[in-house]
Design a protein around this ligand. Structure first.
Ligand code: PXL
Length: 282
């Protein structure tokens, strides 16, 4: 049997513990080949640094996808995240169509913002257009901010009622007909968690773990990378949701002694060796 393989379409931020510097180690430690298709090269992520060097890689997307296609590579999943320009939304949708086979899982993390705000490189137009890419996905993994931006509703701060989260999930299921996963679906002050909705089965799922106070950058990328790795390794959706939530919480917990110096990301590296065991769940 050939080794499982994921195409990861994200930026590479040299410093920042996000996107490809998170997806590559997490997917690799799960025993899966991670093929990197970088959307932009940044000196750091955009969540708090100043004077950032950004090299847009829009021109590279189609040639890389076409080369992989011509070499006949098959992918178990295509997993996209932070995109470097508005034009990339269409180019990534094209790349997905070129690279996907009949068993390829398409996962779109519509990375755009957090805590009610867009990240500094994005506009509201980008948020609306991101719905087009989500329509190509089997699974999307927005946080509450990204969900509100795509749905055109005002952001509310946590905690949320179950009904509110279910309303967002149902709204998102009009954008993506597959499974919709929502991160930051926090139902009370002492918990953090994620929720999911499968519209075909009309089934909601909720997972939570104890809340660790503070703001932790890059946790959406940690969550989505574990979630995709678990799904590709054969876990069911609920098991993948649980593994992704628990691993993200472990990474946050493991970061506490590194703060405030390492405000820009979580110490997921220190718990990475525990991940293979956690993914054996099913
Ligand atoms: O963690 C999401 C992310 C990914 N890539 C870049 C970012 C961010 C969030 O700020 O700036 C470049």
């Amino acid at each position: 049997m050939r080794q499982k393989r994921i195409a990861a379409i994200h930026d590479i931020s040299g410093i920042g513990k996000c996107s490809l510097t998170v997806a590559l180690p997490i997917i690799s430690v799960a025993g899966i080949e991670c093929c990197a298709l970088p959307t932009a090269l940044l000196s750091t992520h955009t969540g708090g640094f100043k004077n950032i060097y950004i090299k847009d890689l829009t021109e590279a997307i189609s040639p890389i996808a076409e080369h992989w296609q011509s070499e006949g590579f098959e992918f178990d999943a295509i997993y996209s995240g932070y995109l470097g320009s508005m034009k990339q939304i269409d180019l990534v949708a094209d790349a997905v169509n070129k690279l996907k086979g009949k068993n390829t899982l398409v996962v779109v993390d519509p990375v755009m913002g957090d805590n009610g705000k867009l990240y500094q490189t994005f506009s509201l137009d980008f948020a609306h257009k991101m719905r087009d890419l989500c329509a190509h996905a089997d699974i999307i993994t927005p946080n509450v901010t990204e969900a509100c931006l795509m749905l055109g509703v005002d952001y509310k701060a946590p905690p949320y009622s179950k009904e509110y989260i279910e309303g967002l999930l149902k709204g998102l299921s009009k954008i993506c007909s597959g499974t919709v996963v929502l991160t930051g679906a926090c139902l009370n002050e002492n918990e953090q968690g994620a929720a999911a909705y499968n519209s075909r089965q009309n089934k909601f799922s909720f997972v939570s773990c104890p809340k660790i106070p503070g703001m932790y950058h890059g946790t959406g990328d940690v969550f989505a990378s574990v979630f995709v790795a678990a799904m590709v390794n054969g876990s069911g959706m609920e098991t993948a949701l649980k593994a992704a939530t628990e691993f993200t919480c472990m990474a946050i917990e493991n970061s506490l002694q590194n703060r405030p110096e390492m405000w820009y990301g979580v110490n997921f590296e220190g718990v990475l060796s525990k991940l293979p065991e956690m993914l054996k769940g099913e």
